[in-house]
Write a protein that binds this ligand. Structure first.
Ligand code: ADP
Ligand code: MG
Length: 863
């Protein structure tokens, strides 16, 4: 039977271990791919698919990329969510007996890329592991291989929280055990849009016991261990830059679930999925990559501890008061390169001399930054400056050793300063000396021979030579000159003397290049020793950067410093930070907000497009800004410290395609209702829109009542059901507010101004008019509205607006509040049945068919 060639056998054996990756198989100057890999890669990368004889008599699909251009192709594949296994020749082909030995030296995956365009400077690149435990808890560990940051936490029971963490951290890849429930695996891939990888964690590699040992909880150990084990298996190299793992708890931070983050557009917009237009975009006045990444982390996790929040706010105030110091700090920070990622690349062994020069320049700013921050005489600033490690010995080392403008390559010399290494200096002296000698030889030879055009040149093949034009050949004395090369109109010669010097020069150059390389590697090893110190310095730089950023934004946009209260929110002249910026502050109409004992629920009515949604979001964003330690868009702000913020949008308003089903709306609502506490902030924006009027109204009312009686959270509830405004008479903590609009010449003008009391009409027809629907249609709509308003009593009696505690309204949510789902499915079923009855064409039925139909309907009702 035909067999594959030995090389293909080797390929197949290696590929068997990397089934879910593209195997880049090194063959000479190319990485080749075979079989299905080749077919797929040629498509994804738009490269030519060829084939090769594999020994079994049929041709094997093949495609390849040149070794020196591989980086770009690898990036492309990884960006598409694929993994790439790099398989190198691991013995010298000249020494090999039979097929050259090959091994996979690294697996590059979306969560483990170390370089390339996909790494955004102001974003972390997180790899996560998720472990599920028998007691229904989940562990999540996160690592950013580029910066070395490690975190781990346990979450209880709710898988939504797991997704929330994955989403909040912008995770690219998730590592799980192959025994994790399939349903969860599927959801991870679909909902979180990440690459999934498997690691069953049989044992933890010796070298990492230390990192895991600091964890005293078995579940944390397993979760973080899984991540480490995966890194070790895939990266196969020094990971000495990995930082001690931080155990955190989601309870340390304001909880903003997946839906709310999305709805509030904290770090990306709903439509574009990009940063532009988000709160993060508005805030980002950071000037370093480290600051940019930390800002995103802070926006994702507002604080709960008042002292911590106020420490940040006070330092922001100091930066506002000390304008020139802040400007200077910004200028200094601008010169600071990405220390964290640099440290990671040092550990990986892929920094060049240019990187080290950037490191040096960054470090040269540090003493000035230290002095500036220390001189602020602010306790928090002081605590930061005291922790700053100036790494002066490293600056010194780099100043001494690396040339100012080194080339990219570390293999061609010209990177180490004169005077740094004695042997190197000697080689250089020899080579320079030789060159001076050669330069003077030219002059000597010209004099000796009388040939004015005689010159000495150099090329790679023949080395140094004396060149004489054909016209002057007769002037050359016999004997001494040995002909090496003939050109069209000149001859090139060497002399024994010249050859001797050449050998000296070339030897010295070769040795000095080799020595420079060795010295560079040695310096790089020395820099490695500084990795933890650079990382902790980077953290402080990042923090300073974010705080100056808050001051810069607060000043530019005229924000005020918030103060905190127990249970009351009062915002004077609040604005929506992003809408205000986009539309230009002059046009934006500021609004107040007051919620406290006796008015914890604001029911907001007003026409479409009047600004209800904007108003609600601005309150939430103000609270979030305050709790991350930034000033807020208002002239005065007193706020409680909210433990959680929930934002829910009625399905009809939900901009995300494919998800605007009523079920999603209810699931989102459930999550808020189940988890909110009296210290939470709830925004319900036209909840109940996604179903029929009475259904929706009834649900909306029941939700309001439930929050009012059982939760007590500050709640902003906008609705288009005007009937609900009557609740003010029954619910002691509910207050009606409305967004004013006025009518001018039968047209509506939006004032965007929030006023107390209920709106009087919904202005829907006016909005239709604004949208320039045909005037005939508008007039007809007015007629219909008049008729409906005459019959108004009727719908009202159908909806239960009277509030008696045990009418069963509250039990809508039942013991277990998820009953709402069932309630909905019943009403849907009934509706379907009613529809199907309506559709029966009775005249077309025989009596027996009619009986059958009736039987069917009854059966459905009973089921
Ligand atoms: P609603 O939810 O009542 O339908 P929105 O909050 O979506 O209305 O606001 C509609 C538009 O009105 C916004 O896109 C914005 O351009 C504008 N708007 C909202 N609030 C204000 C305000 N306070 N000042 C100026 N313009 C506003
Ligand atoms: Mg709205």
């Amino acid at each position: 039977m035909a067999e594959y060639t030995p090389m293909m056998q080797q390929y197949l054996a290696i590929k068997a271990d990397y089934k879910d990756a593209f195997l880049f198989f090194r063959l000479g100057d190319f990485y080749e791919m075979f079989f299905e890999d080749a077919v797929q890669a040629s498509n994804a990368l738009e490269i030519t698919l060829t084939s090769r004889e594999g020994g079994i008599g049929e041709r094997i699909p093949m495609c390849g990329v040149p070794y020196h251009a591989a980086q770009g192709y690898i990036e492309q594949l990884v960006n598409l969510g694929y993994k790439v296994a790099i398989c190198e020749q691991t013995e010298d082909p000249k020494q090999a007996k039979g097929v050259v030995r090959r091994e996979v030296v690294q697996l590059i995956t979306p969560g483990t890329v170390m370089e390339g365009k996909s790494l955004l400077e102001k974003e972390n690149n997180f790899l996560a592991s998720i472990s599920s435990f028998p007691d229904d808890t989940y562990g999540i560990a996160l690592t950013d291989l580029t910066t070395g940051e490690n975190r781990v936490t346990l979450l209880s029971k709710n898988i939504e929280d797991v997704f929330g963490e994955i989403y909040a951290n912008g995770v690219k890849e998730v590592v799980v055990s192959s025994s994790l429930e399939e349903d969860i695996q599927k959801q991870i891939i679909e909902r979180c849009n990440v690459t999934i990888s498997f690691e069953d964690l049989n044992d933890i590699n010796e070298s990492f016991i230390m990192l895991v040992k600091q964890l005293d909880d078995e579940k944390l150990k397993v979760t973080f261990g899984r991540l480490l084990q995966y890194l070790i298996k895939t990266q196969k190299r020094s990971l000495s830059h990995l930082q001690p793992v931080k155990v955190y708890s989601v309870n340390q931070f304001m909880k903003i679930d997946f839906f709310s983050k999305r709805n509030l557009e904290l770090t990306e917009t709903i439509r574009g999925k990009g940063k532009k237009g988000s709160l993060l975009w508005l805030l980002d006045q950071t000037v370093t990559a480290m600051g940019g990444r930390l800002l995103k982390q802070w926006v994702d996790r507002p604080l709960l501890n008042k002292a911590d929040i106020e420490a940040r706010l006070n330092l922001v105030q100091t930066f506002l008061d000390q304008y020139f110091e802040r400007l200077e700090l910004r200028d200094l920070l601008k010169e600071v390169y990405d220390l964290e990622r640099l440290a990671g690349r040092v550990a990986f062994g892929n920094v060049n001399a240019k990187d080290l020069i950037q490191l040096k320049k960054s470090l040269m700013q540090v003493p000035e930054i230290y002095k500036l921050v220390n001189d602020l005489k602010h306790p928090y600033a002081k605590s930061l400056s005291e922790k700053m490690d100036l790494c002066e010995s490293l600056t010194h080392l780099l100043e001494q050793s690396i040339k100012e403008n080194p080339p990219l390559s570390i293999k061609d010399g010209d990177i180490i300063n004169d005077g740094y290494n004695e042997t190197l200096d000697q080689y250089r002296y020899a080579s320079r000396n030789g060159k001076t000698w050669i330069a003077s030889l030219e002059k000597e030879e010209r004099e000796k021979t009388g040939i004015k055009s005689l010159k000495i040149g150099y090329n790679r093949i023949f080395g140094y030579y004396i060149e004489v034009t054909k016209a002057n050949l007769h002037l050359l004395p016999e004997g001494m000159y040995e002909r090496k090369q003939t050109l069209a109109n000149a001859e090139r010669y060497i002399t024994p003397e010249l050859k001797e010097k050449e050998t000296l020069i070339l030897e010295a150059e070769e040795k000095s290049i080799q020595l420079e390389y060795d010295i560079f590697i040695d310096i790089r090893e020395q820099v490695k020793e500084y990795i933890p110190r650079l990382q902790s310095l980077a953290k402080i730089i990042a923090e300073l950067d974010v705080l100056q950023c808050f001051a810069t934004v607060s000043e530019e946009r005229h924000y005020c410093k918030p103060v905190f209260s127990k249970n009351e929110i009062f915002i004077r002249d609040g604005r929506h930070p992003v809408v205000e910026k986009v539309m230009n502050s002059q046009e934006y109409v500021p609004n107040d907000c007051l919620m406290k004992e006796g008015r914890s629920v604001l029911l907001i009515t007003g026409p479409n497009m009047s600004g209800k949604s904007t108003y609600m979001r601005q309150v939430a964003l103000t609270a979030i800004l305050a709790q991350i330690g930034c000033f807020v868009p208002a002239t005065e702000a007193v706020l409680p410290i909210y433990d959680q913020v929930f934002t829910r949008i009625g399905a009809a308003d939900d901009l995300i395609s494919g998800q605007s089903t009523f079920m999603v709306e209810m699931l989102e609502a459930k999550n808020a209702i189940v988890n909110a506490t009296e210290n939470s902030l709830i925004l319900f924006d036209e909840i109940g829109r996604g179903t029929s009027t009475y259904d929706g109204m009834a649900l909306a009312q029941a939700i309001i009542e439930y929050i009012h009686q059982h939760i007590g959270a500050h709640t902003l509830f906008s609705t288009h059901y005007h009937e609900l405004t009557e609740l003010e008479n029954e619910l002691t903590n509910l207050i009606n507010v409305h967004v004013r609009a006025i009518e001018e010449n039968e047209k509506v003008v939006f004032l965007h101004k929030i006023k107390e009391g209920a709106a009087d009409q919904s202005y829907g027809i006016h909005v239709a008019q604004l949208a320039e629907l045909p005037i005939k249609l508008i007039n007809r709509a007015r007629e219909i509205l008049d008729k409906l308003e005459q019959n108004e009593q009727q719908p009202k009696t159908n909806v239960r607006l009277d509030h008696t505690p045990d009418t069963g309204q509250l039990s809508f949510f039942g013991e277990d509040r998820t009953v709402i789902k069932e309630a909905l499915s019943i009403s849907n079923k009934e509706k379907q049945l009613l529809d199907s009855i309506k559709e029966i064409d009775i005249l077309d039925l025989t009596p027996i068919e009619a009986l059958n139909k009736l039987y069917e309907i009854q059966k459905k009702l009973k089921s």
